[in-house]
Design a protein. Structure first.
Length: 207
């Protein structure tokens, strides 16, 4: 990939990180505001009420799971894909490091990594990928339709694009969602949120 191609790809990723569409961009701006000023407060209830919902997917062990299977647990949900060059590993590493800082409260939270690339991210691929972060992150995949439905529930914008070498990448919104044990969205974080600040906010929520 040429330097120009890499720069164009990075610009596309940055654009999708704040939404990818006008509605998603406005949502991301509202969510990101507390993060940018360092307060890390939950988003306003009016915004949170439109985020999240039911899903039916397949986990990295080949089992069909739904949102109802996670009731009673706090969830950290991130949408991405294993071939992602930077945003996804950055976000998952932040999640892993934040969870390591929580102590006993760590057991109250289940992190989920939902692929936006089901054609390549099989359960086996997801299992190997999430294991690298050593934080019990559970990979989820499914049919293209199931993935799209889950992404819509969380207002995730994503789009496949060719990389020029016969392969492809996926531009996507890059937000970490905190969901409470009743399945309600509680807060959002940027993939650039520092692990210590993320840990602090998680501790406040689940402690």
């Amino acid at each position: 990939m040429t330097l120009d191609s890499r720069l164009k790809q990075r610009r596309r990723i940055q654009f999708f990180a704040i939404g990818g569409t006008l509605g998603a961009a406005l949502l991301a701006l509202v969510i990101a505001l507390p993060i940018l000023v360092g307060t890390h407060r939950a988003a306003p209830p009016a915004i949170l009420s439109g985020i999240g919902g039911p899903f039916k997917l397949v986990d990295q062990n080949g089992r069909t799971v739904t949102d109802a299977d996670f009731r009673g647990k706090w969830l950290l949900i991130y949408f991405g894909y294993t071939h992602c060059p930077d945003a996804c590993p950055t976000a998952l590493n932040a999640i892993a490091e934040a969870l390591d800082r929580l102590g006993p409260d760590r057991e109250k939270i289940q992190p989920l990594f939902v692929t936006l690339d089901p054609a390549r991210d099989t359960p086996a691929v997801l299992k190997d990928y999430t294991a690298a972060f050593r934080s019990n992150i559970l990979g989820l995949t499914g049919s293209a339709e199931q993935i799209a439905a889950a992404a819509r529930e969380y207002r995730i914008a994503f789009e496949k694009h060719p990389t020029g070498d016969g392969d492809y990448g996926i531009d996507h919104s890059s937000l970490i969602f905190l969901v409470d044990p009743a399945g309600k969205a509680n807060a959002f974080f940027s993939d650039q949120t520092a692990p210590d600040r993320l840990a602090r906010r998680l501790g406040e929520a689940v402690g």
